[in-house]
Design a protein around this ligand. Structure first.
Ligand code: FAD
Length: 379
């Protein structure tokens, strides 16, 4: 079920089956001058159905939003075999409960999506990329806040901490400075004049916030090189130890520095290798622990460390997952975010859609308030 069904250039929509690979869909719509922004790091292998089921984000979320912001219609099969059609090629639709958005991010626990309709945008005319390095984490975080406070919404505002920089440089050897605390990766798109102006302002802000170096790509090839380090982060980390546990803590953007520093302290306290990278503009960090599932003593420390990281995340007004979903690994944490009352409402919804619990059993809801199940979370 991986077919494109239609691109409707009058309504600026597209419809497809859920097995279509995300990056293939990007290529198809961009060939006709249209644009589908959601671009999870996994887009070369992920499917649009998986993106919808997980409510996936990506590197362009800051400016363009995430998958939920583009899904306007769905066809889905319920647990009893009924087929429902929600939304459509409509700019407006308030006919009853919004079942489209209920199914987005439902992690396959409510229905099986068999067809989807998304809205599309015109393809931006120009795009520019820059990279800024910082000796201090709070300076990098301040640059992020000041860019947004200056009413600039870059398309991409990504972050890598020192631990990640060292591992990536060791892997790809592209001359990343290993003595800095943070690197920001920034991109802007739009009209050529607006892109030039925004990149210049962002470069000035980074310099004013003590960036040790600011590089602006001259062409697409240089842009690719600048973004390469960020795109390689997970592969670089994953090769070091037998088990990579990638998390998805998300806080209000202004709390990024506080959470990053907390993660560094927790890693020190438990003597763990935790490298952090992520979508700084979205307040979404991926603290990634490099460990070995066979080392039970260390895995116990990993669980305690992530408990502390998530406690802090919630205390800062954040959430247990910004884009990867709850699944099995974080089912034990869901109550921390939405409370008992929230769990009760969600269980009620699950029962209405799937009374016999046959769709993705075991996901979202934990029987006990246990810590995450690391073995299910290890890649
Ligand atoms: C290297 C890497 C980078 C990543 N980067 C990002 C990122 O930047 N942003 C982000 O949000 N995520 C990211 N992810 C996580 C993941 O790739 C995304 O959540 C993606 O959306 C999952 O799509 P998939 O096709 O792989 O889904 P799968 O893993 O196949 O499925 C995910 C879930 O959706 C359910 N499902 C799948 N299809 C349907 C359907 N048709 N109907 C109902 N349920 C369905 C499955 O049962 C399963 O529970 C990354 C993962 C990796 C490995």
């Amino acid at each position: 079920m991986n077919k494109l069904i239609e691109i409707d250039q009058d309504n600026l929509t597209a419809s497809f089956q859920p097995g279509l690979v995300t990056a293939e869909f990007h290529n198809i719509v961009e060939k006709v001058g249209l644009f589908y922004p959601p671009d999870p790091g996994s887009m070369r292998t992920s499917t649009l159905g998986g993106n919808i089921a997980e409510g996936a984000g990506g590197l362009r979320g800051l400016k363009y939003g995430v998958t939920k912001d583009y899904i306007i219609g769905l066809v889905a099969v319920l647990a009893n075999g009924d087929v429902i059609r929600t939304g459509g090629k409509l700019a407006k639709d308030v006919a009853g409960y919004d079942l489209t958005q209920l199914l987005v991010g439902s992690e396959g626990t409510l229905a099986i999506i068999t067809e989807a309709t998304v809205k599309l945008l015109p393809l931006p005319e120009a795009k520019k990329t820059m990279q800024a390095t910082f000796k201090s984490l709070p300076d990098a975080a301040k640059a992020v806040s000041r860019i947004i406070a200056n009413r600039i919404i870059p398309v991409t505002l990504e972050f890598m901490d020192n631990a990640t920089i060292k591992v990536v440089e060791d892997y790809v050897k592209i001359g990343l400075p290993t003595d800095v605390e943070a690197i920001l990766f920034l991109q802007q798109d739009g009209s050529p004049s607006q892109v030039e102006r925004d990149i210049e302002i962002m470069a000035t802000i980074c310099k004013e916030e003590n960036a040790s170096e600011v590089k602006i790509a001259k062409d697409d090839q240089e842009a690719e090189q600048l973004m390469f380090a960020r795109r390689t982060a997970l592969s670089a980390l994953a090769r070091l130890k037998p088990t990579t546990i990638l998390e998805d803590a998300t806080v209000p953007r202004s709390k990024i520095a506080e959470l990053s520093e907390h993660i560094i302290q927790v890693a020190k306290k438990y003597d763990l290798q935790i490298c952090t990278f992520g979508h700084a503009g979205d307040g979404n960090l991926h603290p990634t622990c490099l460990t070995d599932i066979r080392n039970h003593e260390e895995i116990e420390k990993v669980e305690k460390a992530f408990d502390e990281i998530y406690e802090k995340t919630i205390e800062l007004g954040g959430t247990i997952t910004g884009e990867h979903g709850v699944g099995i690994a974080k089912a034990g944490y869901l109550e921390w975010k939405i409370g008992k009352e929230g769990i009760n409402v969600m269980r009620g919804i699950k029962k209405a859609f799937d009374p016999n619990g046959i769709l993705n059993p075991g996901k979202l809801f934990a029987e006990t308030r246990s810590r995450m199940v690391v073995s299910n979370h290890a890649k």
